[in-house]
Design a binder for this molecule. Sequence first.
Ligand code: KIV
Ligand code: ZN
Length: 394
Amino acid sequence: MAEQLIIFDTTLRDGEQSPGASMTKEEKLRIARQLERMRVDVIEAGFAASSDGDFQAVRAIASEVKDSIICSLARANERDISRAAEALQPASRFRIHTFLATSPLHMEKKLRMSPDQVYEQARRAVREARRFTDDVEFSPEDASRSDMDFLCRVLEGVIAEGATTINVPDTVGYAMPEGYAALIRELRERIPNSDRAVFSVHCHDDLGLAVANSLAAVKSGGARQIECTINGLGERAGNTALEEVVMAVKTRRDHFDLDVRVDTSQIVAASQLVSEITGFAVQPNKAVVGANAFAHASGIHQDGVLKARDTYEIMRAEDVGWSANRIVLGKLSGRTAFKQRLRELGVMMNSDAELNAAFARFKALADREAIVSDVALVALARQGEGVNSGSMHP
Ligand code: KIV
Ligand code: ZN
């Protein structure tokens, strides 16, 4: 049997750090339920000590979501760690994720701490977190710009204190795939007790390399956890996109030889829910979840796909939740079926007038194409002004 790749979703924590993406407790709960339905291994539900609202959201998720491990971020101090533990208490399984910066720049300018102080505080934080749970993750923030010898010393120390996951963040999106993979490999080879922890990757997309860096570190560095977000939401340019890494590992199993627990048929629903709640539209040409991701416009491509789908498709739209055949919509389909399918796809309309306008666009398209795919349906519905993030028009 192949080894498992752990999928750690941080949409509700790092994703929420995206400017303009803050969410209410109820909105976070809706997303957490969908992540559980999708069988994500770990859900980072928030940063319990950061605000009362976040504390309540972590607690609500820990109370309700039972099939995934629920995690809270905590700075490397006693108060943050005990707040995280308190919020997580109702969970069936929980993790405390504590972090402290290790790069010279962050230690000197931000923390104003010496390397020895950082080393001691990191160890203390993990020791403290282990009082509440044996599932403790440590992140040396800005790891990709840290000194290798110092990083090895800190990570050996926190593993000795009982950290079970070592997450190596490329906090500023600075790494290149080969270098980042080599970093993870070298850490695993040099740290004497590295076999007692799972190595994890956490990449930001400032140079558009978050997915590439994460996958390189899995393939060549031996990382076995990826931290990621739905639609790549996250601080600045965002994080590694969950849908992209999951589909890469599943589609190219020949290359990765790893198992992923995620139910991929829930991916599109998760993407649309996050987009609806945050108001961040998914670009049409976004991999996997964009409205055009499975659309074939050129005649040559359409001809090829009709003869043999794999001429131009490496994944099946249905496998990620673009279900094409539950209701097959064509020119004979009525307004009710149209409305029903949009509802299933999570597309919201404001009024009858807007629904009618979308239906007219659908009829025009159906006149030209025998079957209108889910992808085309979402695209034509979103051309209207009435698509919103409120409730579906009845
Ligand atoms: O990007 C980062 O370094 C983080 C850590 C808190 C894991 O989000
Ligand atoms: Zn981050």
